[in-house]
Ligand binder design. Sequence first.
Ligand SMILES: Nc1ncnc2c1ncn2[C@@H]1O[C@H](COP(=O)(O)OP(=O)(O)OP(=O)(O)O)[C@@H](O)[C@H]1O
Length: 341
Amino acid sequence: MSEAPAIKVHNLYRYFGQLKAVNGISFEIPHGSVCGFVGANGAGKTTTMRILASLDYPTMGVAEICGINVVHHPEEVRRLIGWMPDHFGNYEHMTVLEYLDFYARAFGYHGKERKTRVQEVMEFTDLIPLADRFSNKLSKGMTQRLCLGRALLHDPQVLIMDEPAAGLDPKARVELKHLIRVLAQEGKTIFISSHILSELGEMCDSLLFVNGGRIVHHGDAETLKQGTDSAGGMLYDVQVLGDPQAVADWCVINPHVEFLESRKAGGRIRIETTDPARAAEVLARMVKDGVKITEFHKEQRNLEDAFIDMLGRIDRGEVALPAGPKQQQQLPAFTPPEIPN
Ligand SMILES: Nc1ncnc2c1ncn2[C@@H]1O[C@H](COP(=O)(O)OP(=O)(O)OP(=O)(O)O)[C@@H](O)[C@H]1O
């Protein structure tokens, strides 16, 4: 396995005229990890993914798959990646089996090996019962499984999936999530965009938030879900035996702890730190001072709230983003790819 990360993007820009679809993003995704790509409509996800899939050229910057530059060596990159676009066309009057067989030929498989490969992919994506169905007459969930099957035919190391769960019903989403988990367990690197943040949180090792063509956060879902507020404090729910007012009274005389609101059997407090050791100290002090605590737990936010909170912090200038370009970059001369004879 190569030393280079599975995916590396460095100072990547893609302008469409005046529109800065991708505006200087950098990130790395290690081998064997699942990374969720999150952002509002028009944030630049598809554009970034298309560049990584060697289907578009960056205005400036570097994009690499396993250390191979996508602009300079698109053919090599295509051997390494499986690409699942957000919309994909299939052919009329072609069955599922014919469709996969056609692509297996295109990937250079012959004879018995081709048959075996198509069979393996159909088994994995549960398409065997649909082998003789016309590929343009499938449900959305079946179509996505076919698209995934096509992307897996050449056993790629890296999978780039643009909104694979869009439009799927809950059952089809669960099935897709299961397939993604199995692929991740096999050691594939998966870069997946979605608007369904809660689902991404469950299956991704890291989440990459993009907004207005810029990366605004790259970290694990658990950290984001921890109840850390925008000013860097932690929120706790404290429940007590006896008079719930005891929590509020205790906070008044203790610095760095703020009482936020009463709850049925206690209250919600804010501790002015993100260090869990300080929370343990607060708990110990409360117990020592005779507050009869029955529950003391950190609030978890859902990922949607975390994302909205992040955008708010950016608007308020509380999060430092990497400096953008001083002036609009000029598009370099467009070099069309070579078409083999
Ligand atoms: N070929 C193009 N020509 C002009 N503008 C484009 C082109 N492709 C994308 N854009 C614009 O670039 C911006 C980023 O688009 P992109 O599709 O990358 O966003 P996205 O994050 O994938 O959005 P969505 O979640 O809606 O799919 C949008 O404003 C879009 O209109």
